[in-house]
Design a protein around this ligand. Structure first.
Ligand code: SF4
Length: 274
C-alpha cells in the first residue's frame, strides 16, 4: 500500500459512497464469504484470547521489525537478548551497530536489522524529542499507518501489527501467508500482501480483525500449508476457491487429521523480558 492510499484509506473508508454499484455488490459478496470463513475458523480453532496489550507502540514496532524473515521463536530470543543487554531505547540508540547486531543475531539479518533499528530510533528522537511513540495513541488508524510507513524499512504489515497489538485497533494485518490464504479461499484476487491488506479491510467483520488474523495464521500452519495444503482434511473445503483443491484433497486424504494449532507460539503475545 502506498502512503497515499493509507491516508485516503480503506481503514477510514468502510462505507465510501463513491464506490460503484457493481463494486459494492462484489464487496458485499466478499464480505459475506469472509464472515462465513471467519466463523468456520472460530468453530475449528476457537476464538483466540487477546493477550495483554503492549503498552508501548515503540516496543511493538521494534519487536515486529525483529520478527521479519525469521520464525517467532528466534525473533523472541532476539527480543529477550536485546532488552536484557540494552534495557532502554536510549542505550540501544547509543550502542555500536555491531554490538547491537550481535545481540539480535539469532533472529537473522542482524546487520540490516541493527542499522534499521538505530535509524528508526534516531528519527523518532529527532521528531518527538524522546524515544517514545505514545503520541500514536491519539491518532486515527490511517494517520498511524501513514506515519509508521514513512519510516525506512517499515511496511504496511509492520504498521498494522502496531495498530492491533499495541493500540488495540480493529485492523487486519496481512503478511505473505495471509495473502496466500485470502487468495486461495477466493476472498480477494490480489497480487501482493499490500493489495490484499487494502482489499480485505472492508470485508473483515467488525470486531473480528484480531481473531481472523490469528486464526488464519494458525490455519496456514496446520492445514492450508504453502506447499502441501491438507485439502482432504480441510473444514473450509466447500467454501474454498483454490482451483487444484481436488488434487490436494486426493493427495492428502490419508494424512492424519491436523492438530488444531491453538497454542502456537507468536512473538507479539510473548514480549516480556523474563
Ligand atoms: S481446501 Fe485446501 S487450499 Fe482451500 S483452504 Fe482448505 S487447505 Fe487451503
Amino acid at each position: 500500500m502506498s502512503v497515499t492510499s493509507a491516508s485516503r484509506g480503506p481503514l477510514n473508508n468502510k462505507s465510501n459512497s463513491n464506490v460503484s454499484r457493481s463494486a459494492k455488490t462484489a464487496r458485499d459478496v466478499g464480505a459475506r464469504k469472509t464472515r462465513r470463513v471467519a466463523a468456520e475458523l472460530e468453530e475449528f480453532l476457537n476464538v483466540p484470547v487477546k493477550p495483554r496489550r503492549l503498552e508501548s507502540p515503540l516496543d511493538c514496532l521494534i519487536a515486529t521489525l525483529l520478527s521479519q524473515n525469521t520464525n517467532d521463536r528466534n525473533s523472541h530470543r532476539a527480543w529477550v537478548t536485546l532488552r536484557k543487554r540494552y534495557p532502554t531505547w536510549e542505550r540501544v540508540a547509543s550502542a555500536p551497530t555491531n554490538s547491537l547486531a550481535k545481540a539480535i543475531e539469532v533472529g537473522g539479518l542482524k546487520n540490516q536489522k541493527a542499522r534499521r533499528i538505530k535509524q528508526i530510533l534516531r528519527g523518532i528522537k529527532k521528531q518527538v524529542g524522546k524515544y517514545d511513540l505514545d503520541k500514536l495513541k491519539r491518532k486515527s488508524d490511517g494517520e498511524v499507518l501513514e506515519y509508521l510507513t514513512s519510516m525506512e524499512g517499515v511496511g504496511v504489515k509492520t504498521a498494522a501489527c502496531v495498530l492491533v497489538f499495541s493500540l488495540g485497533r480493529d485492523v487486519f494485518p496481512v503478511d505473505t501467508h495471509i495473502h496466500r490464504l485470502c487468495n486461495r479461499l477466493g476472498l480477494v484476487r490480489t497480487k501482493n500482501a499490500e493489495e490484499t491488506f487494502d482489499a480485505m479491510q472492508p470485508l473483515v467483520p467488525e470486531g473480528k480483525a484480531y481473531s481472523f488474523h490469528i486464526n488464519l495464521i494458525r490455519f496456514g500452519r496446520s492445514v492450508c500449508k504453502a506447499q502441501n495444503p491438507l485439502c482432504g482434511k480441510c473444514p473450509l473445503f466447500d467454501l474454498c476457491s483454490f482451483p487444484v483443491k481436488e488434487h490436494f484433497a486426493q493427495k492428502t486424504a490419508r494424512t492424519p487429521t491436523p492438530e488444531r494449532a491453538g497454542t502456537d507460539f507468536m512473538i507479539l503475545h510473548n514480549l516480556s523480558v523474563s
